[in-house]
Ligand binder design. Structure first.
Ligand SMILES: [Cu+2]
Length: 345
């Protein structure tokens, strides 16, 4: 009887071991090995570029210490033509400064809260392994600065946002951005990189109602946005602010969704994503028309442009694009390519 019980226990153990998926193993290996990566060389201070621009690619450098400076601000800005709004930001832009590091890097993050702020602010980075993603460690009163350290263990494209109470209000006012943790050896080289982040705004007035607009809590709770925009403004990335590329180039877009409520169906009219890093992680999906980007999530999309023209970026929940502002443009210049596209009559 004893032998039977032992065999049964052994069989159960084997079964348990088999249940562990290869995916689990891969993550454990990544995190564990990243923990052991030593930092070396000069400490780097992260460059501050305004969206849609991003800092230079990491390439094949060794892991190092990186200092990141962010400032929480509360300031009036343009939400649409003739419409202003009191935005809450990281570094005065919506989305906030793009942070670019590699796996194994040690980040010393400084969060200042502007002296003219009314609210306390903090930062929760989804790239952090630790309580609140750093929120408790960085809760900072107006005029003060908080500092915390983290080691990047998981490669991917991650959202960061303010998580001070009331969290929905801080996010609805524009306090979000992206942090890219490049894998060992860096991401494949591309010709152009752009930073785009979707978010909703909830105002007391109707869409396009002029003047300084106040936040509308009821619309926020009902998930009924007045504006759905890229990069903090209705029709941002249009006209003189359109993105650019040349025929034959490969474009990579780091696309995030700050929410606070909606899921984005990100699409570029007239293009197919050759590669999508699904949900900003390691899995690459190919030949994608529209990719879903959850609130508090991100994706990297890459495509080669073959034909000159204007390519429109949208949330394909299409009223959001044409009525609420989630629209942008990629202007592609260069030689026409009739083999790929031409009008017959
Ligand atoms: Cu905040």
């Amino acid at each position: 009887m004893k032998r039977i019980v032992t065999s049964f226990a052994l069989a159960l153990l084997t079964l348990q071991a088999c249940k562990q998926t290869p995916g689990d193993n891969a993550k454990a290996t990544t995190e564990n090995s990243a923990m052991d990566i030593k930092v070396s060389g000069e400490t780097e201070t992260q460059a501050k570029l305004n969206p849609p621009m991003v800092p230079a690619a990491i390439g094949n450098r060794a892991a190092k210490k990186v200092v990141v400076h962010l400032e929480a601000t509360e300031e009036e800005g343009v939400l649409a033509d003739g419409v202003t709004y009191k935005f809450w930001t990281f570094n005065s832009t919506v989305p906030g400064t793009f942070i670019r590091i590699r796996v194994g890097d040690e980040v010393e993050l400084h969060l200042k809260n502007a002296s003219n702020s009314v609210m306390p602010h903090n930062i929760d980075l989804h790239a952090v392994n630790g309580p609140g993603g750093g929120a408790e460690a960085t809760n900072v009163a107006p005029g003060k600065e908080a500092i915390f350290n983290f080691k990047a263990l998981n490669p991917g494209l991650f959202v960061y946002h303010c998580a001070a109470a009331p969290v929905p209000l801080h996010i609805a006012n524009g306090m979000y951005g992206l942090i890219l943790v490049e894998p060992e050896g860096g991401l494949p080289k591309v010709d152009r990189e752009y930073y785009i982040m979707q978010g909703e705004f909830y105002t007391k007035g109707k869409t396009d109602e002029k003047g300084l607009q106040e936040f509308d809590q009821d619309k926020g709770v009902d998930e009924r946005p007045t504006y759905v925009v890229f990069n903090g403004k209705k029709n941002a990335l249009m006209g003189a602010d359109a993105l650019e590329a040349k025929v034959g180039e490969t474009v990579r877009m780091f696309v995030g969704n700050g929410g606070p409520n909606l899921v984005s169906s990100f699409h570029v009219i007239g293009e197919i994503f050759d590669r999508v890093y699904v949900e900003g992680g390691t899995t690459i999906n190919k030949n994608i028309q529209t990719t879903v980007i959850p609130a508090g999530g991100a994706a990297m999309v890459e495509f080669k442009v073959e034909e000159p023209g204007n390519y429109i970026l949208v949330d394909h929940s299409i009223f959001r694009a044409f009525n609420k502002g989630a629209i942008g443009m990629l202007k592609v210049t260069g030689e026409k390519n009739p083999k790929i596209f031409h009008k017959v009559q």
